[in-house]
Design a protein around this ligand. Structure first.
Ligand code: FCB
Length: 471
C-alpha cells in the first residue's frame, strides 16, 4: 500500500479529542482475538501432536529468554474463566484459532476426538455467554510431521490442510458461522521460511515463495470445503497489511516503497482477488517464484465474504543497494512514537489502509481481525494497571476506523489483539499486548485500563477520547 506523498508524523498523529466522531454502525462486531499456541499450553495433553512451534520454541536461541508455549496462559484448562473475561469487557465476538495438531496429531490420518471435544466445549461456552465465535483455522502451528515432509513449501500440505478443515467444520459448522482460513500467510512464509525468525526457522527466499503459494492454495481449497459443507457460513482470510510510504520524495525511495507494497501486501492480496501475483514483482523475484499453473489461481480466487485485516504499523521505506532481496530497508521517521515492538504508532495510516483496500479490492466487507500494541506494563497494584500508552493507541486507531466508516468503507468489525498477554512468538512473554495482564506465575488475569477503555467504547458504540474516565 503505497500512500503517495509521505505524510509527516505530526499529520499522522490522532486528534487529541475524538468527541463528535461518527458512531460505529448498529450490528458492529466488537471482539478480542487470541491464537491457540499463544494461550493454550497443555502441549502434551489429551493426545495433541507436536507442532512446528513446539519444536522451534525448544530450539536454543530461537525465542527471547528461552520461553516456550508449553504452559502459556493455560487456557486449555482455564477457558471458562477466559470466557468470563470476554463477558466482562462486553464484546460480542471472540476470534480464536484451532490447533491442527490437537485435531490431527500426525497432520493427517487419525482424528483425535479429545481435541475436537475441547473446541466443542469452548464454542458451546461462548454461545451460552452470548459471544459469537470467529475461528481461525490456521494460526501458524503446523503439525511437525508435515514439516518433516517439506512443510508449506510442499504442495501436498495444502491438500492436508483442506482435509483438516473438513474435519473441523463438519464438527463445529452447525454452530460456528465465521471462518478465517489462514492468519497472515506473509508471516508464515517470510518470517518462517525466509528470515528464520519464526517456525520452522528456515532461511531461503525460494522456500518462502513456495510456502506462500501453497498457503494461498490451501486457503482456496479450504474455502471451497467450507462452502460445500455449510452454504450459510461466512468465509474470509486474514492478511497482515503494512502500508508503505516512501522515506523521501527521491524516486528511488518511491520505487522501493512500491516494491515493499508489491512483495508484502499485494503478493498475498492480489491472487485472492483473482489477479494473480503482481507482474512487476514476479519479474523482480523471477528465479525464486515456483511454477504456478493457472488452475492454481482459479482455486486461490474462490470468492470470500470478508477480508480480515491485521494492522499494526506503517512502513517507511528507503532504497538500499545492500539488501539482496528487495533492495530496500525500513526507516523510522524522526520523532515517531514507537511501541515496545519498535513499531511506529500512526493511526492515520490505518484509515489510509482501510480506504485503499476498499478502493482497490472492493466491494468487499472488511473486518479488522487484529489491532493493538505492546507497551512495557508494570504489574497491577491493588487490582489496577494504568497503561495510558495502550489506551492512547486504541483511541487513535479506533477513531481512524470510525473515520473510514464515515467515509464509506464497509468495515464490519474490530478485534483487539489481544484478549490477554500471551506468548508473543519470537519475543516470548516479554512483550505484552493484552487487555488483561497475565501473571504467568499464578495465571491470574487483571483487567488493564486499556481493557476498561475498550469496554467503554464497546458500550458507547463510538470512538472515545483517551481521556475518557474509566470505571
Ligand atoms: C500478529 C500475529 C499475532 C500476534 C500479533 C502481535 O502478526 O497474528 O499472533 O502475535 O502479531
Amino acid at each position: 500500500m503505497t500512500g503517495g506523498r509521505q505524510p509527516s508524523v505530526a499529520e499522522l498523529r490522532p486528534a487529541a479529542d475524538n468527541r463528535g466522531m461518527t458512531a460505529f454502525p448498529p450490528g458492529f462486531v466488537w471482539g478480542a482475538a487470541t491464537a491457540a499456541y499463544q494461550i493454550e499450553g497443555a502441549v502434551n495433553e489429551d493426545g495433541r501432536g507436536e507442532s512446528i512451534w513446539d519444536r522451534f520454541s525448544h530450539t536454543p536461541g530461537a525465542i527471547a529468554n528461552g520461553d516456550t508455549g508449553d504452559i502459556a496462559c493455560d487456557h486449555y484448562h482455564r477457558w471458562r474463566e477466559d470466557i468470563a473475561l470476554l463477558q466482562a469487557i462486553g464484546v460480542n465476538a471472540y476470534r480464536f484459532s484451532v490447533a491442527w495438531p490437537r485435531i490431527l496429531p500426525a497432520g493427517r490420518g487419525a482424528v483425535n476426538e479429545a481435541g475436537l471435544a475441547f473446541y466443542d466445549r469452548l464454542v458451546d461456552g461462548l454461545l451460552a455467554a452470548g459471544i459469537t465465535p470467529w475461528i481461525t483455522l490456521y494460526h501458524w502451528d503446523l503439525p511437525q510431521t508435515l514439516e518433516d515432509e517439506g512443510g508449506w513449501p510442499n504442495r501436498e500440505t495444502a491438500v492436508a490442510f483442506a482435509d483438516y478443515v473438513r474435519i473441523v467444520v463438519d464438527r463445529l459448522g452447525d454452530r460456528v458461522k465465521h471462518w478465517i482460513t489462514l492468519n497472515e500467510p506473509w508471516c508464515s512464509s517470510i518470517l518462517g521460511y525466509e528470515r528464520g525468525e519464526h517456525a520452522p526457522g528456515k532461511r531461503s527466499t525460494r522456500l518462502a515463495l513456495r510456502a506462500a503459494h501453497t498457503l494461498l492454495l490451501a486457503h482456496g481449497l479450504a474455502t471451497a470445503v467450507i462452502r460445500d459443507r455449510w452454504p450459510d457460513a461466512r468465509v474470509g482470510i486474514t492478511q497482515i497489511l503494512t502500508p508503505a510510504y516512501p522515506a523521501s520524495d527521491d524516486p528511488l525511495d518511491v520505487a522501493a516503497a512500491e516494491r515493499y507494497d508489491a512483495a508484502y501486501n499485494r503478493w498475498y492480496l492480489d491472487p485472492v482477488f483473482g489477479r494473480g501475483y503482481p507482474g512487476e514483482m514476479r519479474a523482480w523475484l523471477r528465479h525464486d517464484v515456483p511454477p504456478t499453473p493457472s488452475s492454481d489461481f482459479d482455486i486461490i480466487a474462490a470468492p470470500i465474504d470478508f477480508l480480515g485485516v491485521n494492522h499494526y504499523f506503517p512502513a517507511y521505506v528507503a532504497h538500499d543497494d545492500f539488501d539482496p532481496y528487495l533492495r530496500l530497508r525500513r526507516v523510522i521517521p524522526k520523532g515517531a512514537e514507537l511501541t515496545a515492538m519498535g513499531w511506529v504508532v500512526q493511526p492515520r495510516a490505518f484509515s489510509d489502509l482501510l480506504q485503499r483496500l476498499h478502493r482497490d479490492y472492493g466491494p468487499i466487507d472488511l473486518v479488522v481481525t487484529e489491532n493493538g500494541a505492546a507497551f512495557p506494563d508494570t504489574p497491577p497494584v491493588a487490582g489496577r494497571l494504568a497503561d495510558p500508552a495502550r489506551v492512547r493507541y486504541l483511541a487513535g486507531y479506533l477513531a481512524e476506523a470510525a473515520r473510514a466508516i464515515a467515509d464509506g468503507v464497509p468495515l464490519k468489525g474490530y478485534f483487539v489483539w489481544s484478549l490477554l498477554d500471551n506468548f508473543e512468538w519470537a519475543e516470548g512473554y516479554a512483550k505484552r499486548f493484552g487487555l488483561y495482564y497475565t501473571d504467568y506465575a499464578t495465571q491470574e488475569r487483571t483487567l488493564k485500563d486499556s481493557g476498561r477503555y475498550y469496554r467503554a467504547v464497546v458500550r458507547a458504540g463510538a470512538p472515545l477520547p483517551a481521556t475518557t474516565p474509566l470505571d
